[in-house]
Write a protein that binds this ligand. Structure first.
Ligand SMILES: NC(=[NH2+])NCCC[C@H](N)C(=O)O
Length: 411
């Protein structure tokens, strides 16, 4: 089996990447919430307990769980040069512009040099000015904005491992993110795919974090080995989808021949396609009723010449369209919140349609979305609930909190 193999949303999940939320959440303050894309400050201890429960449920279902922080530490363990280069890149991308301050922070980080996992966690957590033991006459204080005591911002969204890179077949899209705060998260993926012994030289890259247009993993859905669905959303630009389509179609190893681009409303509640739409069984999907009316879908196919694409607008109901591309007679769309508009909006806000499918018909959901969970059970799904009081404050559910590395192939 390849080190990366994800050709559907539903085939039995074998290996998944998570990040256990850490002290980066404790560096959130009311003033930074909006910029750092949070709506509230989670209670870290409980968020970690909930997240451990998520990992436990995955392991109980025969899924191998690997953590982002461990993979990156394994990369850094390989040589001091890689470690130093990583730390310097992280400092630069955090916006520390002058040589003097770059060196000061580099020296500070070297206190973790004998424990690369601690070093990686510290890069995620960020640095508060008082930690640097600064001298009052030093100009560091001037350099930093007075409104914030953070010298380097935390990366609180890292537990949403779905977004910074996305697995497509046996390759990855290493994403350029929509926001400044999340763009730094893709450094970890860059190092894993460049240097980690399990991945280096083995994974085709379909998109690069240095590309000019943004795209995020929450918008990328593997329908099957031939069809990919991508949201055109707040987070993903049409230009990025074109770039990705050209590299995917050009890649000899990729079997993808169609990309369906779903235009979804550009709002925070619907930030990614997977917040309104996920596949949960061979012929079943959860959807947020809010997207059912105005949805426009484009079909992208390889053009006659290499590097060309052909695009057409598809006018058909979502059900008919999905059935056609899946080669089925019919599919069932299960509405988040059912027919109750308020329940639909409330539960979509708490990621009621952001389910992680770990085998056909077996899904992990947030416990708090009681109306949707009940409906899913009535439709014959096996629903495994996880606690979610704190995790949900980051506006992402079980699908957002996981990046599948290996799934079985669909029979
Ligand atoms: N795949 C997803 N839906 N991810 C949700 C990410 C939530 C995160 N707070 C953000 O705004 O980016």
């Amino acid at each position: 089996m390849m080190c990366i193999n994800v050709k559907s949303e539903i085939a039995p999940l074998k290996k998944v990447l998570l990040h256990r939320p850490g002290k980066e959440l404790e560096n959130l303050t009311p003033d930074t919430l909006e910029r750092l894309l949070f709506d509230d400050i989670p209670f870290l201890q409980v968020a970690q307990e909930e997240h451990d429960e998520f990992a436990k449920v995955l392991r109980e279902n025969n899924v191998e769980v690997v953590y982002l922080e461990d993979l990156v530490a394994e990369v850094l363990n390989q040589s001091d040069e890689i470690r130093d280069q990583f730390v310097r890149q992280w400092i630069e991308e955090a916006g520390i512009a002058t040589g003097k301050y770059q060196q000061k922070i580099f020296d500070f980080m070297m206190r973790y040099k004998d424990d690369n996992k601690a070093l990686v966690l510290k890069t995620m957590e960020g640095i508060v000015l008082h930690e640097l033991n600064y001298d009052k006459n030093d100009s560091l204080v001037d350099l930093m904005s007075t409104s914030s005591k953070l010298v380097i911002d935390p990366m609180p969204n890292l537990y949403f491992t779905r977004d910074p890179f996305a697995t497509i077949g046996c390759g990855v899209s290493l994403n350029k993110m929509y926001s400044v705060t999340r763009n730094r998260e893709t450094i970890y993926g860059e190092y894993i795919f460049k240097y980690h012994p399990d991945y280096k030289g083995q994974v085709d890259k379909y998109f690069d974090r240095y590309n000019p247009f943004h795209i995020e993993g929450g918008d990328i859905l593997n329908i099957n080995d031939k069809v990919l669905a991508i949201g055109i959303s707040q987070r993903t630009e049409a230009d990025a989808i074109e770039m990705l389509a050209k590299t995917v179609f050009h890649d000899q190893k990729s079997t993808i021949r169609t990309i369906l681009a779903f235009e979804i409303p550009n709002t925070r509640a619907f930030m990614h396609l997977d917040t309104v739409f996920t596949q949960i069984d061979y012929d079943k999907f959860t959807v947020h009723p809010g997207i059912l009316g105005p949805l426009v879908v484009y079909e992208i196919k390889p053009g006659k010449k290499d590097g060309e694409i052909l695009v057409t607008t598809i006018e058909s109901e979502l059900e008919t369209l999905l059935a056609k591309y899946l080669g089925l007679e019919k599919v069932t769309l299960i509405k988040c919140g059912g027919e109750d508009r308020i329940a639909a909006e409330r539960e979509q806000w708490n990621d009621g349609s952001n389910t992680l499918c770990i085998a056909p018909g077996v899904i992990i959901t947030y416990q708090r979305n009681t109306v949707t969970n009940e409906l899913l059970r009535e439709n014959g799904l096996k629903v495994i609930e996880i606690p979610s009081a704190e995790l949900s404050r980051g506006r992402g559910g079980p699908r957002c909190m996981s990046m599948p590395l290996v799934r079985e192939d669909i029979a």
